[in-house]
Design a protein around this ligand. Structure first.
Ligand code: SAH
Length: 254
């Protein structure tokens, strides 16, 4: 009977930024082999199309725009594994970078479910890279910070210290940072960063309809509005963002 069923296994898999060729070999194999793939929209249409409909479960935004509660996803992972299934929890980029992979790992461990993390190429590095922007550069910067833009910088309890980030002099890569762009660009200027600091927005990096928009700490909000840049997008702030201008013709095959 069912209590004899061997427990399955959960793979927390990073999909990379969206181009199927940027899946790891292991991720590709697991997508083919898994009994069920739990995903949201972030892996992008091309990767989701690789998974047959009858083996997919969407645990992202529900109709009406609300997110599936994390508790539901956690419980579903445990339930499926206890049924003996091989489960892939597919996440955009790398599963441990702003992906709640940490929480899911703990849930699985607490429920004694075998699991494995399969790293992916994070959009935080790949997004800038495919736009011709290296996140570090020997001549310009020797550090890079990855931060969430989802917080309100005017809140006292904001977990991101924009003053401290401005002081690093390094590249700042903001994820989930389209909506709050006006707030944190203002916070960085107030923290003393040069308003002329180059900024790039990389929208849907490596998807077929990738777009890149560039400006400065002063102008980028207007650029975002004029171009209609929407999530998912990466914001890259710092001298490295300027390099795009020097390579873009070759990158885009002009
Ligand atoms: N684990 C993911 C990040 C999840 S947070 C990773 O490692 O990439 C969600 C944010 O990731 C989005 O708001 C956006 O800022 C960024 N993102 C993910 N995929 C992206 C893509 N293809 N292009 C641009 N930004 C992307």
């Amino acid at each position: 009977m069912t209590d004899q069923t061997a427990v399955g296994k959960v793979y927390l898999v990073g999909s990379g930024p969206g181009d199927p060729d940027l899946l790891t070999v292991k991720a590709r194999r697991l997508l083919d082999e898994a009994d069920v793939v739990l995903h949201d929209k972030l892996p992008g249409p091309e990767i989701l199309d690789l998974i047959p409909e009858d083996r997919r479960e969407d645990v992202g935004k529900r109709a009406g725009g609300e997110w599936t509660p994390q508790e539901y996803t956690n419980a579903r992972l445990v339930e499926l594994a206890q049924e003996g299934k091989e489960v892939v929890r597919l996440k955009g980029g790398d599963p441990t970078v702003f992906g709640r992979g940490g929480e899911e790992m703990v849930t699985l461990a607490e429920n004694e479910i075998p699991f494995e993390v399969v790293p992916g190429i994070t959009s935080a590095i790949a997004g800038p890279a495919v736009a011709g922007i290296p996140v570090t550069h020997r001549d310009h910067v020797s550090s890079v910070s990855f931060v969430t833009g989802h917080e309100d910088p005017t809140k006292d309890e904001s977990a991101v210290d924009w003053d401290a980030l401005a002081a690093t002099g390094g590249t700042i890569v903001v994820l989930m940072g389209v909506g709050k762009l006006p707030d944190y660009t203002a916070a960085l200027r107030e923290a003393g960063m040069d308003p002329e600091t180059p900024v790039a927005l990389v929208e849907r990096a490596t998807w077929p309809d990738q777009r890149v928009a560039t400006g400065t700490l002063e102008t980028i909000v207007d650029v975002r509005d004029e171009e209609g840049i929407e999530p998912p997008a990466i914001t890259v702030i710092g001298a490295v963002a300027d390099q795009r201008e020097r390579v873009v013709e070759f990158l885009e095959g002009a």
